[in-house]
Design a protein around this ligand. Structure first.
Ligand code: NOJ
Length: 736
């Protein structure tokens, strides 16, 4: 039996090797036919018509550029008909017929949308995350796409940065798990399957650390912080087999990333062995002139090509200058050859070199959108992404037998906003608003009253009174407020991250006439909401929940799903606390009760309003009996950390059990807590279970004083709990 397995393994490995070798040999033969110009052509990406996602600095006659062999890839070319037309030109009207690669920002869906990425991350459920990416890949691939510019794996510790919506929040460990799940969801196990697309880890790197949370702004940080906090999700994406990377639009510690040799060559290729290709962000090569690192577009093409940026998205720097730069000896031809090899490799892996029209199937395009299965997946995701922030008097769940429910608020019937930013090819008519979801959930015996209450942003209170009359009449009010869907995303940084004041005023008035208010928040970033937190009895964070948002959120409101989501990023009390994150350093003067000389604000606590990992359930959970199986653990041993979790409430429910450690003393200072494990545990009411985590010294590594990635011996604390703040603790010693 064993021999048979060995033989089989040998066979599989040999076939895989033969395929790999096969692709490399086929690349050799294609490249042996290519002129320098044709090679440069593969390194150029241009924007299709219809969708614009960045500054358009020139007009291109696409057809002519394709025919001359000077386009390797398109972004924003939508649909089977259009992509087929472009592909036909590349295949039939160029000398070598090398197919184009079509890329698009398929961020949280194509036609069917999942909750926005930060929302999905709040599920802490890798099945939810992976399935969401799979739905997106299936639909996008059916519409002619080969490649998504996702996942965005940038760590974001500052909610002023609007792009926090596109990622997994503030934590490198959670972010790494989510990065891997998204990559696998998009790419599956077979890139040439017609329901998978190549993924792209972006924006490499440190983009989430833009100063002041202002998009495209400078980030300056130590190499240690870069490696310990910002790089792990990128590394996880590489380990999960991600096929491409995208640079960012900002500069990292003095060097714009599109020309950053340290990142693109040293870290990504030499240290991590990445064999896919890197695309610049939109017009990033040109923008290096504004950054002040190159004087002109020629120098930009030289800097990027030599640094290891394989494809130029839309700046035409490679188109205009790369050939000359090679001929002048400013860019070694070997660099171009390597880049072209990387790009062709992905085209081969996608199956395009065998069938350029593999993804051009009208029938598939027609039948793959908004399928029952996709809708069920995103509906469940919308429920599992909800985070219950407060629930006094058990306002939630609301009984389906309630006689009169008033649904009030500018986000209650706002289909478009449910998709947040990066809507793919979503159509507002496909979206279930909260109001529609609530109506779907209850029988005709329940009367549903509805009013917008106010505009999303205006200060017009003229219709307040009508809404208040409804609130007075109702047994319970569902108040849907938040940011409109255009308030987060690229280029949507904000210095005030609160809900527009008019909506808070509406909330205040409503509470005066009816105490039974369930507040449902729709937003794409941590927001400031102190008044709501202090006064509203019940608050459910629903984010931007996607196509089936209304149904999924209604499932939570009426108790068909017991909320289990946890915040993937801290919610500050006031914006002045930003950047804010749970894994901060202790400092020499940490907070000490009754001691004057401490690191703190005069006017606000250091702690956030809601910490990382926070989220309630309709039931309650009790943590006890935290045990480590050894008080001293050797570097080569495994430590078991176990805890008893009991469902002490009346509902069945799932809890995300979180494990944190603190390395008490290091050759460099260490964070006060670091997430090192989590598990979603389902318990029936009254049930209890021992949950066990395993830790090894590998989990305790960091970049030490010599920048070696190692664990250091010494004392550790270990914490387990339902969020990063409320934990029980134990300790152990790591010994050599
Ligand atoms: C600029 C954004 O920064 C990037 O995330 C996106 O993929 C490109 N535009 C293409 O749309």
């Amino acid at each position: 039996m064993r021999n048979a397995i060995l033989l089989l393994t040998f066979f599989i490995v040999s076939i895989a090797n033969a395929q790999i070798k096969g692709i490399e040999q086929r690349i050799d033969s294609v490249m042996s036919l290519m002129t320098l110009e044709e090679k440069v052509g593969q390194m150029i990406q241009v924007n299709g018509k219809f969708v614009i996602t960045g500054p358009q600095m020139y007009d291109v006659d696409y057809e002519e550029q394709i025919k001359s062999g000077m386009v390797g890839s398109f972004l924003n070319a939508v649909g089977v008909d259009y992509t087929r037309d472009l592909q036909r030109i590349a295949v039939e009207e160029t000398r070598l017929g090398i197919p184009l690669l079509f890329g698009f920002d398929v961020i949280h869906g194509w036609r069917t949308t999942s909750p926005v990425p930060i929302a999905e991350s709040a599920s802490w459920d890798m099945e939810v995350v992976e399935n969401g990416a799979r739905v997106a890949a299936t639909e996008a691939a059916a519409a002619g796409q080969h490649w998504t510019f996702a996942p965005m794996v940038d760590i974001a510790r500052d909610p002023r940065w609007g792009r926090i919506v596109e990622g997994a929040g503030e934590d490198p460990y959670l972010g790494s798990k989510i990065a891997a799940a998204r990559v696998h969801g998009f790419q599956g196990d077979d890139l040439s399957a017609t329901n998978t697309i190549a993924a792209c880890a972006k924006h490499f790197a440190g983009y989430g650390a833009a100063e002041g949370g202002r998009d495209y702004n400078t980030a300056d940080m130590s190499e240690r912080t870069l490696r310990d906090i910002y790089l792990p999700p990128f590394k996880a994406a590489v380990d999960a087999g991600v096929q491409t990377f995208m640079t960012s639009l900002h500069e990292l510690s003095g060097v714009p990333t599109a020309g950053n040799k340290f990142l693109l060559d040293q870290v990504l290729r030499k240290e991590w062995g990445f064999d896919g290709f890197v695309v610049s962000d939109h017009s990033a090569l040109n923008e290096m002139i504004n950054h002040g690192i190159v004087e002109n577009q020629y120098d930009a093409s030289v800097l990027s090509a030599t640094a290891g940026c394989d494809m130029d998205m839309q700046s035409q720097a490679y188109f205009t200058h790369l050939k000359d730069a090679v001929q002048a000896g400013d860019v070694p031809i070997a660099k171009v050859n390597t880049s072209v090899r990387r790009i062709l490799r992905i085209k081969f892996r996608m199956g395009l070199m065998d069938d350029p029209y593999l993804y051009c199937n009208k029938e598939r395009e027609k039948n793959s959108m908004l399928t029952k299965e996709h809708l069920a997946i995103v509906r469940a995701a919308a429920s599992k992404s909800c985070v219950l922030l407060k629930n006094e008097n058990n306002i939630l769940p609301i009984s389906k037998k309630t006689k009169i429910i008033a649904v009030i608020g500018p986000l209650a019937n706002a289909a478009r906003d449910m998709n947040g930013s990066w809507r793919g090819q979503a159509n507002n008519n496909d979206v279930v608003s909260l109001l529609a979801g609530i109506k779907n959930a209850v029988s005709s015996k329940t009367e549903i009253l509805y009013h917008t209450g106010c505009g999303k942003k205006s200060d017009d209170k003229t219709v307040f009174q009508e809404a208040l009359e409804m609130a007075k009449k109702a047994d319970v009010v569902i108040l849907a407020i938040g940011e409109n869907g255009d308030q987060t995303g690229e280029n949507r940084s904000k210095s005030n991250i609160g809900i527009p004041e008019i909506q808070i005023e509406l909330a205040k008035e409503i509470l005066k006439v009816n105490k039974n208010v369930a507040t449902i928040l729709f937003n794409g970033r941590p927001i400031t909401m102190k008044w709501l937190a202090d006064n509203m009895p019940s608050i459910l964070e629903a984010w931007y929940p996607g196509t089936q948002g209304g149904n999924g959120v209604a499932d939570v409101i009426f108790g068909d799903y017991n909320p289990s989501g946890k915040l993937p990023a801290s919610f500050p009390i006031v914006v002045g606390q930003c950047p804010i994150y749970y894994n901060y350093k202790n400092t020499g003067r940490p907070i000490r009760e009754g001691f004057k000389w401490q690191t703190k604000y005069l006017d606000v606590p250091n702690k956030p309003l809601y910490p990382f990992g926070y989220g309630l359930s309709y039931t309650s959970f009790e943590y006890s009996n935290l045990l480590v199986n050894k008080k001293e653990v050797h570097f080569k041993e495994e430590l078991e950390v176990s805890v008893t979790l009991k469902n002490t409430g009346k509902y069945d429910g799932a809890e995300i059990v979180q494990l944190y450690v603190r390395d008490l003393f290091g050759s460099v200072t260490r964070p006060v807590k670091e997430l090192k494990g989590f598990e979603k545990v389902m318990l029936k009411a009254g049930e209890e279970k021992v949950v066990t985590f395993k830790l090894t010294s590998d989990d305790l590594r960091f970049h030490n004083i010599d920048m070696d990635y190692v664990a250091e011996k010494g004392d550790f604390k270990v914490f387990v709990g339902g969020n990063s703040n409320d934990v029980i603790e134990s300790e152990f010693k790591l010994i050599k």
